[in-house]
Design a protein around this ligand. Sequence first.
Ligand code: SAM
Length: 405
Amino acid sequence: MVIELERPVVFRDLVPEIPSTTYATFGLYKYPAKFIPQVIAYALRTFAEPGMSVFDPFGGYGTVGVVARLYGNDYELWDLNPLLSHLHPIAVMNPIEIDLPELLRRLKGYDLLFQPDWSNMGYWYPEMFSPMLQKAWGFYHSLNDCDLKRVLLIPLLKTTRYFSLNDDKRQKLSQSPLSRMRITKLQERDWEEVFYDKILTGVEHIIRGLNEYQGLTPAPVNATVRAGVDTFTTELSHDHDILLTSPPYLQAQEYIRSCKMDLFWLGYPESQIKILGKTEFPYREVPRIPIHSNIYNECLKEISEPHMIRMFEQYFCGVLGSLSRLQEHITGRLLLFVGPATVRNIPIPIDRIFIEHLETLGWNHKATLIDTIVSRSMFFYDANPATGSNDKRMSTEHLVVLSRR
Ligand SMILES: C[S@@+](CC[C@H](N)C(=O)[O-])C[C@H]1O[C@@H](n2cnc3c(N)ncnc32)[C@H](O)[C@@H]1O
């Protein structure tokens, strides 16, 4: 039954009005496992009317909100990651004019250093870079909530990462021979000039993106953004027409961990970042709820390692526990964007498990649109540490469409 409703699609081709996944403000920040904007555009164009409200309980970078404005939809975004409250206002702001030489003068001339609450900072940065980074962040934190602060943030985050020993190509924060070599070469150059050049070029890039976004004619809509919240325990205060989300992955993703460098510089203390990391699905401890799915039970029988069983249960009880509660406030459609996964090479059809469970709560499965996403930025374990083999890669992404019965 589920299989009969599956159809192949290419979302990018279906939405030619968005010319690329990084157009406008969609790609200003490389948030892990970000939605491609065409998926949301297609979903809203096809399943929503202007004026309807859309809710994303796992908002990430906030792509649902950025696209919702283009279709005249009110929206509400939640995410555990506090970055959402910093990044989303940038992605939807009006373009501004910036006097770049003046910005440079102010940045260079600022002298109050910002010290992140980060015990391990010395491991990530050569000592010689620290005063420059701390000065730039001191300047950032001295600004009141204003447009300049917004357009500066992403270039500052990116450049601060570039000056760290972290290898950005890896899933977790880690040093590598390549990243160490990059830093050694940087130290041999006029690195202060490189730093300020990157900031200014970055600011120009942001302004260009903001102008492109305005060219897509976003509408004034009502928006609610709640960052730093746990979807498992947070309540919705009112109903929405549509829930459109891409939940966290079953495995192979640690959002807080991969963003923690940015969170430190933004001023989040180490103790808070630790707690956030432990609240993330599937690492979050959750009470077990009944999962109404035969496929779920069959998959569970095949997994033998106790810690994998625990992760599997925590994932579905966490994500489906949240969705089961939140769906009570959704009047029209659930649109879930998920990919099939594997646990120790056992295929886990997450979308079908979601469908089976949600059907028992009064939802009708209308369609599953299957796309092969090529450039969605995802991280995978290189090799499975237990088996030494490569787990199967997620090669397709499924948009599950459910309607209220
Ligand atoms: C696949 S990503 C969503 C990406 C988003 N669609 C975008 O376009 O950027 C899943 C998100 O779930 C969030 N998440 C994980 N556990 C959570 C929890 N317990 N409560 C709220 N959000 C959580 C992660 O921080 C991550 O941003």
